[in-house]
Design a protein around this ligand. Structure first.
Ligand SMILES: [Zn+2]
Length: 329
């Protein structure tokens, strides 16, 4: 099992606390309110979507519009009830970055450049250390979340053939579009980036891939991570916690359990997140946030080197707030 560490530089504070992030949060919370106020919305109660433990064996994580639980067995954070996938898809299609043919400008344009290059490097490095040729990659929906992703791939990834499958209206509960694309494109690898935490049934998504893909197909999953220090210290006050985009925040153990239960082999797991230290420093520098033993003083006095050291430690110990898995059908 590979557990790589990514010694990346820390992001700028403005990247994690800018006005664009705030605006996006309001848009998503507004969409969630719309769902809650619509009496025709059907909500589906659920147990832990990662390990299956009953909701009764969980603790309250927060009440951000809908109840969120933290699983006592696997540490995954999850919404205790979710709407139908079609409703979630429709709301995402209303976001500025999802409008076909338009590239958001100014405040709407989030800079994902670092994430794009890091993702392309991830695929190349994994192909290298597994000794596997990855010629064809199917990207599921990341292009809807980040419209410039497709251009960056076209510019920088010449040695692989990519197919981008954006979020489309009327794809149904069962991810039929994905199963069809897997069947016709026959990818060596499938990229599920920033998607597992947003769908109503992540287990159904992974199961559908396993049914449709050839044996030996690699699935690259990047998602937020419930074991991260940011979530551990700040809970539902964490700035990364946007409820509608975090219906499931997997822990390492939770995602591992789910993948194995569905018949996957787990080849690689890492938490290459870069933002925990910066976000936590911001939090503890604010007034009235100075009474957490050890951490308040740690972050108040921390210089850039100390923050970098902490972030590397978090990556090494699988404790940053972004996870990456490579699993195989
Ligand atoms: Zn669980």
């Amino acid at each position: 099992m590979q557990t790589p560490v990514f010694l990346d530089h820390l992001p700028d504070v403005s990247d994690v606390s800018g006005g664009k992030t705030e605006r996006y949060r309001h848009l998503r919370n507004n969409a969630l309110l719309e769902l809650l106020l619509d009496s025709s919305t059907q909500w589906h109660d659920r147990d832990c979507p990662a390990c299956g433990s009953p909701v009764a064996q969980s603790q309250t994580f927060g009440q951000a519009f809908i109840p969120f639980q933290r699983c006592a067995a696997c540490n995954t954070i999850y919404a205790a009830r979710v709407p139908a996938q079609q409703r979630l898809d429709a709301l995402r299609l209303q976001l500025p970055q999802a409008q076909p043919g338009t590239t958001p400008a100014g405040d709407e344009a989030e800079d994902h450049s670092f994430e794009f290059i890091s993702t392309l490097n991830w695929v190349s490095l994994t192909a290298g250390h597994l000794g596997r040729g990855i010629d064809r990659v199917l990207d599921y929906r990341f292009t809807t979340h980040a419209p410039r992703w497709e251009d960056v791939v076209a510019k920088l990834s010449h040695n692989r053939r990519w197919q981008h499958l954006p979020l489309a209206a009327e794809t149904g509960e069962g991810f039929d579009d994905l199963a069809e694309a897997v069947d016709t494109f026959r990818p060596d690898a499938i990229l599920i980036q920033a998607e597992m935490d947003r769908v109503a049934s992540p287990d159904r998504l992974l199961d559908r891939i396993r049914q449709a893909a050839r044996p030996g197909t690699l699935v690259f999953i990047a998602s937020s991570c419930a074991d991260g220090l940011e979530y551990e210290l700040l809970g539902s006050a964490s700035p990364s916690f946007i409820p509608l985009d975090r219906l499931t925040v997997f822990s390492i153990a939770g995602l591992e359990t789910l993948a194995r239960r569905l018949g996957y082999e787990v080849l690689e797991k890492s938490t290459p997140g870069r933002r925990d230290a910066i976000i936590l420093r911001q939090y503890f520098l604010q007034a009235n946030n100075d009474n957490v033993p050890f951490w308040s003083g740690f972050f108040r006095d921390a210089d850039k080197d100390r923050l970098t050291d902490l972030q590397i430690l978090l990556q090494r110990s699988l404790r940053s707030s972004l996870l990456r898995f490579v699993i195989q059908t």
